[in-house]
Design a protein around this ligand. Structure first.
Ligand code: G3P
Ligand code: MG
Length: 359
């Protein structure tokens, strides 16, 4: 405790505010920094590169483990970002570990969905690429898909003998997780319908009427990528799957969506912000003495009104919403249905506003 008190006197207290940055349409457009994001982030560190304002990325995107995403973002944005500062749509999938740790599960989406789940501790997970590859003819139009054979999974696995790692022909899949944006909608809808209506054994008849659990990392209808107008997101895929499933199955599709605008995502971001180094040791010191100060203001900087702004509004105090014009929202004034507390042109302007207000 002597060391802790010395450190406390050496370092300044944690600021009474923090920031959550949306990524797509605020920090990045596709893979390129936008809106002066590099310069904006640099201002949150001191001359030695130590964090002086607690901040996190709060994105509904994902597809790669938080450790790897933190490395990629650090390179792209030229600041040192910790894995704990990266909260992705699928990050709360960790919370379901107790239920499915040793169960056979299928992970769907671009990037490395199975690795994401393995890093969370799931022991028996197959990507939908790998899973579908074990069932001959499950996708009747696969021969027309010129990209088939070029996925991460295929590059790794096609050379190896195609013996399933699990007995997928007799062992039922227990849950499906949509980790990131699916890139082969026709196959994924087909295979998910197969899994869901057969109780986890494509081509077989279900044993009982219960649908196995289905989880989506987020429910964004649209998001901003590199193309000038919005792109269809995971919510659009969900609608497609749901509409089709509900036409071919007597019971309506049951599912759970995570990500913004759910209030628990904002609560979790607040907890993560509280624990960020170099402020966390002050907290643990304070925890043993007097309770650490709660944040007075947490700023959510986003581009998508029904997702980022609605979410911050619903979360209530201490959240303050800032809407940028670099993404989904392109209007002149405020959004009509989900007005933000402040509208700015870019993330650089948002950070400028925050630092002036808090100085
Ligand atoms: O696929 C990503 C997208 O749905 C949203 O990302 O960073 O704008 O929350 P973001
Ligand atoms: Mg966005």
């Amino acid at each position: 405790s002597r060391r802790a008190s010395q450190s406390v006197t050496l370092r300044s207290e944690r600021p009474c505010f923090g920031i959550a940055f949306d990524i797509d349409g605020v920090i990045l457009g596709g893979n390129a920094p936008i809106g002066g994001s590099r310069q904006a982030l640099k201002r949150l560190y001191d001359e030695c590169g130590t964090l002086r304002v607690p901040y996190v990325f709060l994105t509904n995107g994902g597809g790669i483990p938080e450790t790897k995403r933190a490395r990629q973002l650090s390179e792209l944005l030229e600041v040192s970002i910790l894995p704990s500062q990266v909260i992705q749509g699928h990050s709360p999938f960790r919370l379901l570990l107790n239920r499915f740790m040793d169960k056979l599960i299928v992970a769907v989406g671009k990037g490395e969905p199975a690795q994401v789940m393995s890093e969370y501790g799931y022991r028996r997970v197959l990507s939908i690429d790998e899973y579908a590859s074990y069932f001959d003819d499950i996708d009747p139009v696969s021969q027309y898909k010129t990209w088939a054979g070029k996925t991460t999974y295929d590059a790794d696995m096609k050379s190896k003998a195609m013996v399933p790692r699990y007995d997928v022909f007799s062992e039922r899949v227990q849950a499906a997780f949509i980790v990131s944006d699916p890139y082969d909608w026709s196959r994924d809808i087909q295979v998910l319908c197969d899994i869901l209506r057969s109780g986890g054994l494509p081509g077989k008849v279900a044993e009982h009427g219960h649908q196995l659990p289905l989880y989506f990392a987020a429910d964004d209808l649209e998001y901003q990528a590199a193309f000038p107008s919005e792109r269809l997101g995971m919510g659009a895929f969900r609608i497609a799957l749901e509409s089709i499933f509900n036409r071919i199955h007597p019971n309506a599709l049951e599912y759970t969506s995570f990500g913004k605008p759910n209030s628990f995502v904002f609560k979790n971001a607040e907890n993560v912000l509280k624990k960020l180094p170099p402020f966390s040791f002050i907290d643990s010191y304070a925890d043993n003495h007097e309770k650490s100060q709660p944040f007075k203001t947490l700023y959510m900087i986003g581009d998508n009104p029904p997702v980022d702004i609605k979410g911050a509004k619903q979360a209530g105090r201490p959240w303050f919403s800032i809407l940028t014009r670099t993404g989904v929202f392109k209007g002149k004034s405020n959004h009509a249905e989900f007005p933000a507390d402040l509208v700015v042109d870019s993330v650089e302007e948002a950070v400028d506003f925050i630092l002036k207000k808090e100085s």
